[in-house]
Design a protein around this ligand. Sequence first.
Ligand code: 5CA
Ligand code: ZN
Length: 412
Amino acid sequence: MRAWTSPEVPDLSELGLGRGSAVQVFDTASGALATVDPEERARLYVCGITPYDATHLGHAATYLTFDLLQRAWRDRGLEVVYTQNITDVDDPLLERATATGVAWTDLAEREIQLFREDMAALRILAPDHYVGAVESIDLAIALVERLRDRGVTYEVDGDVYFSVDADPDFGGVSGYDRETMLRLFAERGGDPDREGKRDPLDCLLWQAERPGEPSWDSPFGPGRPGWHVECASIALETLGHDFDVQGGGTDLVFPHHEMSAAEAQVATETRFARTYVHQAMVAFEGEKMSKSLGNLVLVSRLRADGHDPSAIRLALLAHHYRTPWEWADDEIVDAQKRLARWRDAFAAGGSEAAPVVDAIRAALAHDLDTPRAVAAVDAWVDAALAGGGAGDHDPASGRVVGAAVDALLGVA
Ligand code: 5CA
Ligand code: ZN
């Protein structure tokens, strides 16, 4: 699939600012900070959208978090290989298409295009591999065949299931107890109560064709892949196993990331990802912002209302990715004011650039601490705008701090 055009990222080392330090992020699987500092190349997979409605601020927060991780890695001097999928065939998409009387393919195409425009406006780095479920059905089939050959699958009325207990490390991503797993599985698209399953937690690998739904031929009969096998197979194909970071929102910890990892680990007999990083949920009107609930603040709506995309980005940056928060309308007002002050100060210049650049780098390297990075820039900006007779005013420093804010925080 075509992605979108990435923004230019200034190389701070070319401005005489050296390089950033090794990046630490919180790893859900180990429950601790992990240093993710591979030799030359960092490999990242982030779970992409199910394109049945427009990009909301929760999605934007998730993709921004992994954009910042990539910026920190690049500032470190690493090459980044980044894959994102698109769940362009799945139950909610088909249901919405039927309910609104549009072809499911047209609905997906329209929402993917809007997502591209939102991501480009927010200056989010584009994936190197932007892969749809539909265009990678063959990959999913190949992974299901591998699992079948290992004897860890079985059929229930033509549907193919994966035995989760085939992975000795099952549970290692979420760390949840069985009761929690059963509850979340039922809430998030699983079918714990289906008759004929060997373990209520076993998940669907291949769903046999249902009347009126799209299907593809396979060695298991016509049908379509399960959700988890989509991400497992796309990640293995584009990044290989044992890649650096599997990312997404906390709503994907279980079952999605647990199941994708288990499927891939049983097929390859090696670890799927080294680290699992999750963005906390952004809420609105008291609940998780979600397409199914409809309590959405859309990026495209804010843009259409005339808000600078960099202000939307700054509003999100004011929150740490691991802290759940609720959108309120004054967030964008505050961000707009902050953006104006920052731009004034970058034009005017201020004190020496290196200390504030170091502070931004240190904040990001320590678990992508954006509130701390924003506070460091605020302090420099406040001093710059207060001016006064300080002897260390350097008109050129504004350009350098502006470049660092652009490179590291993506704010133009
Ligand atoms: N297609 C699947 C992933 S394979 C999916 O979850 N799609 S989605 O459109 O529902 O969500 C896209 C991404 O945004 C996922 O990484 C999800 O975890 C994240 N996300 C969804 N809602 C929120 C929210 N309210 N706050 C933060 N992140 C969210
Ligand atoms: Zn996924």
